[in-house]
Design a protein around this ligand. Structure first.
Ligand SMILES: *Cc1c(COP(=O)(O)O)cnc(C)c1O
Length: 426
């Protein structure tokens, strides 16, 4: 793409952006003189303006109808979850029965591991990355211990070579092949939270299946960031949270995918609850658990309506905008950020995220050259100038221009401010 490094050009890109109007559907944090430059949607997405109304309507139904709102509410609570199913399926590239919104990410990961990590003496290893998000690592390690195995021998960690920030997919594949029949399960990210690297889910799934292992993915940084094709990619399960790119609010209800081939795996162990019971007989209150087919069969409890309402509001926006169109803008928006950094700050800023757009989402992870202490100080000064990005120890700033609500001018102004702060700090 041919970009130019001046403000008028950024304004022109905004003018030509067919998705520009979506920004008006979000609350952008403000300061005395205007809007923040919010580049932190990878950590907490902005609030859709429709959330307030959706929540208020549920509060009103609760006030006026109380228990009757389960059936008589304007969005009846009993099947409320189903309002989200088709939209979630679109987002995940899945069949409706393959997805469900429930619990939180780590809780769903445990539920999936309970069912899909079935270690034996011969096959008990879990492959994760050395730099995995701590919660994923804790979940995998505690599951290994729960089954009476030893993480020292059952947890296999793969790290980038030679101090690099990203993993080579060839190498991951060859580790999977080398582990072979000892490997029970592969747990990898869709997009790596620290480096922003996108993993090749389809390819890694094929590699895992070729050795007889289960392929599970954490899509915390992929959901709402990249178009997903989980069904075709053939992953066994996937989990994600909804408060990052999915804009559903702090601690939002999380997503879960179980491939259709497991939809009727009723023999597979699972931790069960009444909301996973066949909904046509759920209220017969029978002692015997009869799971629903598909991902919904892993539900435990009746869903938290007040927490689902923001997710519904947000998924409606995604459904309308469409992940393909969002991805097209995202490629250009992040490409523009990369261009400006290279053009103006190549001596100061190292981009850790892959340079190939196909191997990343919207986030770029930046390492400022010089000491970590100086980088921390630069980050502080960015915050003083109303730039919200995100700091990761020891010296990385993650910057995520989100196609739904960020503008090319946001990106332009961010680089301009970074330039000012860096040159003042010399
Ligand atoms: C954000 C994130 C989490 C957070 O887990 P919660 O259960 O939602 O608190 C876990 N794993 C990864 C990879 C993440 O990026």
């Amino acid at each position: 793409m041919n970009f130019r490094a001046d403000a008028a050009y950024a304004a022109q890109l905004d003018q030509d952006d067919p998705l520009a109007h979506y920004r008006e559907q979000f609350h952008v944090p403000r300061h005395a003189d205007g809007e923040e430059i919010y580049l932190c949607g990878n950590s907490l997405g902005l609030q859709p303006k429709t959330v307030e109304r959706y929540l208020r309507e549920e509060l009103e139904d609760w006030q006026q109808l109380a228990v009757k709102a389960h059936f008589a509410g304007r969005r009846p609570w009993m099947p409320y979850n189903e309002l989200l199913t088709a939209k979630t399926a679109h987002l995940a590239g899945a069949e409706p029965q393959e997805v469900v919104n429930m619990n939180s990410l780590t809780a769903n990961l445990h539920l999936m591991l309970v069912s899909f990590y079935r270690p034996t003496k011969a096959r008990h290893r879990i492959l994760i990355e050395r730099g995995a998000f701590p919660s994923d690592r804790y979940a995998a390690t505690s599951q290994i211990l729960f089954h009476g195995f030893d993480p020292d021998t059952s947890l296999v960690e793969i790290a980038p070579r030679d101090g690099r920030a990203t993993l080579d997919m060839d190498e991951v594949e060859s580790v999977i092949r080398a582990e072979g029949e000892r490997l029970a399960l592969v747990l990898l990210p869709g997009v790596q939270y620290y480096s922003g690297q996108a993993f090749d889910v389809a390819r890694l799934t094929r590699a895992a299946h070729a050795v007889g292992a289960v392929a599970g993915f954490d899509l915390a940084h992929a959901a709402g960031n990249l178009p997903l094709q989980l069904h075709d990619w053939d992953a066994d399960f996937a989990v994600w949270c909804s408060y990052k790119y999915l804009n559903a609010g702090p601690g939002a209800v999380a997503g879960c995918f179980v491939h259709a081939r497991h939809a009727r795996d009723f023999e597979r162990p699972r931790f069960a609850g009444w909301w996973g019971h066949d909904k046509s007989t759920r209220f017969h209150m029978d002692p015997e658990f009869v799971p629903m087919e598909g991902a919904q069969g892993w539900q435990l409890s009746n869903p938290p309506i007040l927490a689902l309402a923001p997710l519904l509001a947000s998924l409606e926006i995604f459904d309308e905008a469409g992940m393909q169109r969002l991805r097209e803008k995202s490629l250009r928006l992040t490409g523009y950020l990369e261009f400006l950094l290279d053009e103006r700050l190549a001596d100061e800023v190292e981009i850790l995220t892959p340079r190939n757009p196909a191997e990343r989402g919207c986030q770029l992870s930046l390492r400022l050259r010089g000491s970590a202490r100086r980088a921390r100080e630069i980050f502080r000064q960015l915050e003083e100038r109303f730039v919200t990005a995100d700091w990761r120890e020891p010296d990385v700033i993650r910057v995520a221009p989100v196609p739904l609500y960020n503008t090319y001018t946001d990106v332009y102004r961010f680089v301009k401010i970074l330039e000012v702060v860096l040159s003042a700090g010399k």
